[in-house]
Design a protein around this ligand. Sequence first.
Ligand code: KG4
Ligand code: ZN
Length: 370
Amino acid sequence: MVLGIESSCDETGAGLVQGGRLLGHALSSSMDEHARFGGVVPEIAARAHVHALTPVVHGALADAGLRMSDIGAIAVTTGPGLSGALQVGLAGAKGLAYALGVPLYGVHHLAGHVAADTLAHGPLPNPCVVLIVSGGHTSLLLVRDLACDRIDHLGDTLDDAAGECFDKVARVFGLPYPGGPAIDRAARAGDPRAVLFPRPLTGRRDAPYGFSFSGLKTAAARWEERHRTADLPLPVADGAASLQEAIADVLTRKAVAACTAHGVGTLVVVGGVAANSRVRALAEERCAAAGITLRVPPMRLCTDNGAMIAAVGDLLVRSGAQPAPLDVSVDPSAPLEYATLHPLTGRARPGSASASVCASDRSAERSHRP
Ligand code: KG4
Ligand code: ZN
């Protein structure tokens, strides 16, 4: 049974997973402490993790009806994220792993978002296209064996992430932090066709799977400014619905195009923005039209949590991946290459597209046959 610990931003999460099944989890958020600053304050987040970590681990064990001695391995987010916040989780995980005498795995936060879906819908098909949309990242990925294989980036955002765009525009519209859920709520009463916001990077000559949201954010800010300078009331619901429509349109259009171009039958949409009602609805509509199976984790598994990190740890353990050395450190800006952040202790060879971190990898076995 794997304990997963997440502390990369403002949520302290612990989850327990065995054989792909979620046994229990607990979460503590410092979100309310950041609200008056309009964004996450790293030092406040790190201190909150110090207070929350032990209760959250005990909470997950109590939720599962298990004891500390039942833990067989520990997985922890080692990046990307806020440095101080990550360090609290890693220090706690190392202490527990050392005390319990169990292996430790350093996990990439975004791989956690991908694995979250396996807890609700079972193993991921190989290959699948994954759209990751969170507060800090927007990427279209081609995922094979999540635990073992190098992850292919089909496209990434050139500037702001989709969640960042939601958060920043919400602030300009006078909506509370975090902005994504606030825009989602405000949009219910609005007309998505009221404002024609741009659809960035959707021209024929643009990178087919690249994203850019900073121009959209500026367009929304100019729209608000025009109302303010003309002393007109801001139709917030219409602005929110139109912004949400633009973001959902670009995300789902490119994700479906990536599946079609690569002949992949399953799209998985994960990360905090996958909780957005319009992103979910439009993805469903467009996948159905294109004959693509859509997988989106339930809301509570979309935003940051410990269960998703435990899910990666469970996959790594079952694939025979190498544990991390106890001097493993955090990498706040880690690129997403493998699910684990220490693949080179395993079999991966840099630069090799087929590199695998798993000892039990079948292609590795084949190449070792006489
Ligand atoms: O994945 P996540 O919990 O944390 C990161 O790893 O970044 O994502 C947080 C992001 C925030 O930008 C938040 O505003 C956005 O997800 N978000 C939403 C919704 N719920 C959360 N964005 C749009 N609509 C939502 N319902
Ligand atoms: Zn996240």
